[in-house]
Ligand binder design. Structure first.
Ligand SMILES: [Mg+2]
Length: 284
C-alpha cells in the first residue's frame, strides 16, 4: 500500500495548529491545499491546540483573518479537553480559574460554576491577566484541598515579540508554594487525543496525527497508537530526529505535501491500518 492509498483510507485527521497551519499571523505554505483536500475528500478533521486561551470561535476568527474558512466545530483546545475531563470526574463541580476566555467558557459549558471560596478545583491555563493576588488565592485554595489542574504542560508559547509564558510556567509558583503537582490534560497526555477521536467519531486506526513537535505531537500519537506525520514547518527539524527513541511514521516539509503525497522520509510500515483496509488488501 503506498502513501496516497494509505492517506485515502484515513478518515480522521488531528492536526496541530501552530507550526503546522500558521506561524504568528501567517498561514504556512500548502495550508490552503491541505484544507481543500480535507474538505474535498470528506475527511473528518480537528485542529488541535494546547493553548487554552482562546475559544473555538476566536480561533475560527483568527484563521478567517488569515484567509482560511474553517467552521467552529473543527477546533479542539486543551481547555475543551480539560472541561471534558473535569466533567467526567466531578459533574457539576466548582472551579477557581486563572485562564482566558477559552477556559472559562469551556468550564461553564461543561456545567461548572466559578467559586473562589472553596472550589473543587483550581484550574490554570494561558492568560495575560493574572496577578500576585490571583496566585496567592490559588495557593491558599489548593492548600485547603482544591485539586490543581493545568490545561497543558507547555512552559512557553509563541508571542508577538518572542516567547510568552504558557500554562506550565504560570502554574509553577502554585506547585512550588503548595508542594502539590498539577495534573495536565493537554498534549502529550494521550487523554486529549482520545477525547479528540471521540469528537471526530473515528477510531485510532482510522486516524492520523499531523504535528510539528516530536516532544508533544508525535509522542502523543505514539502513546495513543495513532499514525503520525511530522511536518518540518515548525519546531522539530530533521536533525532532531535521531535524539528521540521514537519516530514519526512520515516526515514531510509541510502540510501541502499531504495532498501531494510527498515525503521527506518515511518508515515503510503502517502500524495502525484500519480493519477494513487490512481486509481489502488481503483480497487484492
Ligand atoms: Mg505546533
Amino acid at each position: 500500500m503506498d502513501l496516497s492509498e494509505m492517506l485515502g483510507r484515513k478518515k480522521g485527521i488531528l492536526s496541530d495548529m501552530d507550526g503546522v497551519i500558521y506561524h504568528g499571523n501567517q498561514l504556512l505554505p500548502g495550508v490552503t491545499e491541505f484544507v481543500s483536500w480535507l474538505k474535498q475528500n470528506g475527511k473528518q478533521f480537528l485542529f488541535l491546540t494546547n493553548s487554552s486561551e482562546r475559544t473555538p470561535r476566536e480561533l475560527r476568527e483568527k484563521l478567517t483573518r488569515m484567509g482560511l474558512d474553517v467552521g467552529v466545530e473543527h477546533f479542539y483546545t486543551s481547555a475543551l479537553a480539560t472541561a471534558a475531563f473535569l466533567e467526567s470526574q466531578h459533574a457539576g463541580g466548582t472551579a477557581y480559574v486563572i485562564g482566558g476566555n477559552g477556559l472559562v467558557n469551556a468550564l461553564y459549558e461543561a456545567g461548572f460554576a466559578m467559586n473562589d471560596v472553596n472550589p473543587d478545583y483550581v484550574v490554570v491555563g494561558e492568560t495575560h491577566s493574572y496577578s500576585y493576588d490571583t496566585i496567592t488565592l490559588a495557593i491558599n485554595l489548593v492548600q485547603r484541598g482544591a485539586r490543581l489542574i493545568g490545561t497543558n504542560p507547555d512552559l512557553t508559547g509563541p508571542g508577538e515579540h518572542g516567547l510568552v509564558p504558557a500554562t506550565g510556567a504560570i502554574i509553577s509558583p502554585i506547585e512550588l508554594a503548595t508542594g502539590r503537582k498539577a495534573y495536565f490534560v493537554g498534549k502529550p497526555n494521550p487523554l486529549m487525543m482520545r477525547q479528540a477521536l471521540k469528537r471526530l467519531g473515528c477510531t485510532r486506526e482510522e486516524s492520523l496525527i499531523v504535528g510539528d513537535r516530536m516532544d508533544t505531537d508525535i509522542i502523543a500519537g505514539i502513546e495513543s497508537e495513532i499514525d503520525t506525520i511530522l511536518v518540518l514547518s515548525g519546531v522539530s527539524t530533521l536533525e532532531d530526529l535521531p535524539q528521540f527513541p521514537y519516530q514519526p511514521h512520515f516526515v514531510m516539509n509541510n502540510v501541502g505535501d499531504i495532498p501531494a503525497g510527498r515525503t521527506v522520509r518515511d518508515i515503510p510500515r503502517f502500524s495502525h491500518v484500519p480493519e477494513s483496509a487490512t481486509k481489502d488488501s488481503k483480497r487484492s
